[in-house]
Design a protein around this ligand. Sequence first.
Ligand SMILES: NC(=O)c1ccc[n+]([C@@H]2O[C@H](COP(=O)([O-])OP(=O)(O)OC[C@H]3O[C@@H](n4cnc5c(N)ncnc54)[C@H](O)[C@@H]3O)[C@@H](O)[C@H]2O)c1
Ligand SMILES: [Zn+2]
Ligand SMILES: [Zn+2]
Length: 404
Amino acid sequence: MKAVVWHGVGDIRLENVTEPKIEQPTDAIVRITTTAICGTDLHFIRGTVPGLKPGIVLGHEGVGVVEEVGRSVRNFRPGDRVLLSAVLGCGSCSYCRSGYFAQCDDINPYGPRAGSAFYGAPQDNGSFDGLQAEYARVPYAHTNLFRLPDSISDDQAIPLSDIYPTGYFGAVIAEVSEGDVVAVWGCGPVGQFAVLSSLQRGAARVIAVDGHADRLERAQALGAETVDFNEEDPVEAILDLTRGVGPDRAIDAVGVDAESPRSGPAAARAREQDHQHREELRQIAPETHEHDGHWKPGDAPTQAHTWAVESLAKAGTLGIIGVYPPTDRFFPIGTAMNKNLTVNAGVGNHPRYIPKLLAMVESGVVHPERLVTQHEPMRDVLTAYEEFDLRRPGWLKVAVDLTS
Ligand SMILES: NC(=O)c1ccc[n+]([C@@H]2O[C@H](COP(=O)([O-])OP(=O)(O)OC[C@H]3O[C@@H](n4cnc5c(N)ncnc54)[C@H](O)[C@@H]3O)[C@@H](O)[C@H]2O)c1
Ligand SMILES: [Zn+2]
Ligand SMILES: [Zn+2]
């Protein structure tokens, strides 16, 4: 079958690999009809999140049709249309039972203290082959698959695999509630859903920050007030907008590939910090492989959460959903401590939220497909990766169609 395979930093290929087989009685095999490219995949290719095993199939977002089930899968049968949760749990351990699917004790073959399990990820995250492939093996299918009604299209469903539950989780861990003023850092696909979810949880105002006009426009269309960090100092702009108080809650939807401002009043301070940012990047990501302008790591890994911490109101809450690798040991702990901030972080507990979000999509309350801007056939997946990596205007979320 055709699949996107990670061979090394800066090296992904579309090639033929062996089809997956049922390995455990709790497995299912799913024929993927739609997959997607995520900012997380970019970290792996840029080298800013290390630890993948060469040969692993990439991708963790998918919609498909059940092809085969193991004998312990009692809730699905061949032919069922399903959504695959990007984050995996066993559904039986004490962590899964209390909703912490991302900290499942059983699913990661590297043990209960290894990382959260998801497809197409570093070895510590379980090394499960990913979903940018014609077929995929789903472990603990009873928990990690969700039946899709015919009324929900692949386009409506694909954001529910990862980016919508992640954005929603961001609003939950940032403790967003009615009346809050929320700052969302990063307006990529995940940031857009963090904006939407914050409003759903009752935020009175959402201020969205990014350096790309097209992404800011989309956040504004969802109801956010926007700040372009290449035009304004975002910390000053947010303080101005909140009468000097700052937002109650902030969500970091950027992660380790954060960038420093290229222009505007914040660029001067960023230039002074350039040496420090470079040193941080060198320690976090010792191996990068920029090639022909592609796969360039962000130049300021601490920039987004540092701005978030600086601008938050005293005693505010920061929710970190942007991904940082275990090699990252930099965080403005002193400022956070002295402002009595609460800091929550993590991989989304997707199976906990997917049923609720799916019901909202089914009932027409939300239209997640509006954020899926690109539809590419599998044969063009590598070009699509390159465009998404460069954040070409308009290229917000790329769905990859495996049926054409
Ligand atoms: N925690 C989870 O479970 C989970 C799940 C999925 C994705 N993620 C992570 O969420 C993050 C966002 O994913 P995405 O697909 O939207 O990626 P993306 O790369 O498309 O989006 C990142 C956005 O941040 C913006 N940005 C860069 N530097 C910034 C700065 N200093 N301040 C504000 N904005 C800045 C970029 O312009 C871009 O629009 C990634 O780190 C990804 O790995 C986490
Ligand atoms: Zn994703
Ligand atoms: Zn579990």
